[in-house]
Design a protein around this ligand. Structure first.
Ligand code: KG4
Ligand code: ZN
Length: 352
């Protein structure tokens, strides 16, 4: 069964074809990231406009890359939430139109659940992807860490899950993005912080780790601590405006802040994941979402977990259509969320 997955929840316009929920035949991503860099974050109107321009070429390219035609596509899966309204609308409207005109069943996908399914892709006809050898087994514990979400989810089986905990304020990726902005590193902050941290000392500064209820997270205090630390380093008090800080910090200070922040932010999610792992004793543990490509996260997991954890390619951690096509296959298999192409609506605030 070949599923075309369409993703447009934030600033990536993406389409991919995945066969039987595990073999990736194409993966095309057009990002409007460059257009947002100047503003230091995603501008919803610009993202939506860019999706309109890219969506048809991206879908066509994904068909070409897979060497399949419309007759070979068995279903369409599309992200209908959570995400930016204007962005979601473009993917959903396109998917609905294609489902009607090409006469294909349509599946509505939860973006956050979709991230977990990137780990189920174990084969590909494409070059330059490093994929896990085996699909995850249930019960499965997933640490979902992205720009919009930080969650620990326990899956008893496909679509039988329990949300163990989540962030009470910022998502971890959002904290990376905001800290990068404070110290003057380019958007998106995750990769910029990770890069800068390579030349910094992760133990240079003591930053606070939030004390939260069992599996919950919080990152806003850590972000404020970085702001206060930066003000202190340049000899100013808390009145000093954050947008003027970057020019007064030198590159060693920035690298040390990046490394110390990264260590603590990552430690705080690994702490909770480890407690959940020991309590629930799942067969597999996976990480998902944009921050799952962070090497410090993978290093800390290796150091602290007694099991071997397999990871997917960083290109499948950030937003992509393959994870949507993959979960779409399982939705079809388990009869879940078959959508009416005439009435499917976006759900910007969809939760797990
Ligand atoms: O999953 P994703 O592409 O979009 C959402 O669903 O939010 O995640 C994007 C987030 C951004 O906040 C970005 O800064 C972060 O993932 N990110 C990283 C890394 N690569 C991307 N964070 C830390 N280290 C990275 N290497
Ligand atoms: Zn995402």
């Amino acid at each position: 069964m070949n599923v075309l997955g369409i993703e447009s929840s934030c600033d990536e316009t993406a389409a991919s074809i995945v066969s039987d929920g595990k073999t990736m035949l194409s993966n095309v991503v057009a990002s409007s990231l460059e257009l947002h860099r100047y503003y230091g974050g995603v501008v919803p109107e610009i993202a939506a406009r860019s999706h309109i321009q890219s969506i048809i070429p991206v879908i066509e390219e994904s068909l070409t890359q897979s060497a399949l035609g419309w007759d070979d596509i068995d279903a369409i899966a599309v992200t209908h939430g959570a995400g930016l309204g204007g962005s979601l609308l473009v993917g959903v409207t396109t998917a609905k139109t294609l489902a009607i005109t090409k006469n294909k069943p349509l599946y509505a996908v939860n973006h956050v659940a979709g991230h977990v399914y990137a780990n189920f892709i174990t084969n590909t006809t494409l070059n330059n992807y490093y994929l896990p050898d085996n699909q995850p087994e249930f019960p499965l514990l997933a640490l979902i860490v992205s720009g919009g979400h930080s969650q620990l989810v326990y899956f008893k089986n496909h679509f039988k899950y329990k949300l163990l905990g989540q962030t009470r304020d910022d998502a971890i990726g959002e904290a990376f993005d905001k800290v990068a902005r404070i110290i003057g590193l380019p958007y998106p902050g995750g990769p910029s912080i990770a890069d800068a941290a390579l030349s910094g000392n992760p133990n240079q500064f003591t930053l606070p780790k939030a004390k939260m209820a069992k599996y919950d997270f919080s990152f806003s205090g850590l972000k404020t601590a970085v702001l206060r630390l930066s003000q202190e380093l340049i000899g100013e008090d808390y009145h000093f405006p954050s947008f003027k800080l970057a020019e007064r910090l030198n590159s060693t200070q920035k690298a040390n802040i990046a490394a110390s922040f990264q260590r603590v932010a990552i430690e705080s999610v690994v702490d909770k994941a480890l407690i959940a792992y020991n309590e629930y004793k799942p067969k597999t543990f996976v990480i998902a979402g944009g921050v799952a490509s962070n090497l410090e996260l993978r290093r800390q997991i290796k150091d602290r977990f007694s099991i071997n954890v397999s990871y997917t390619d960083p290109k499948l951690c950030t937003d992509n259509g393959a994870m949507i096509a993959c979960i779409g296959y399982y939705q079809a298999k388990f009869g879940i969320d078959l959508a009416d192409p005439y009435s499917l609506a976006i759900q910007p605030n969809l939760v797990m």
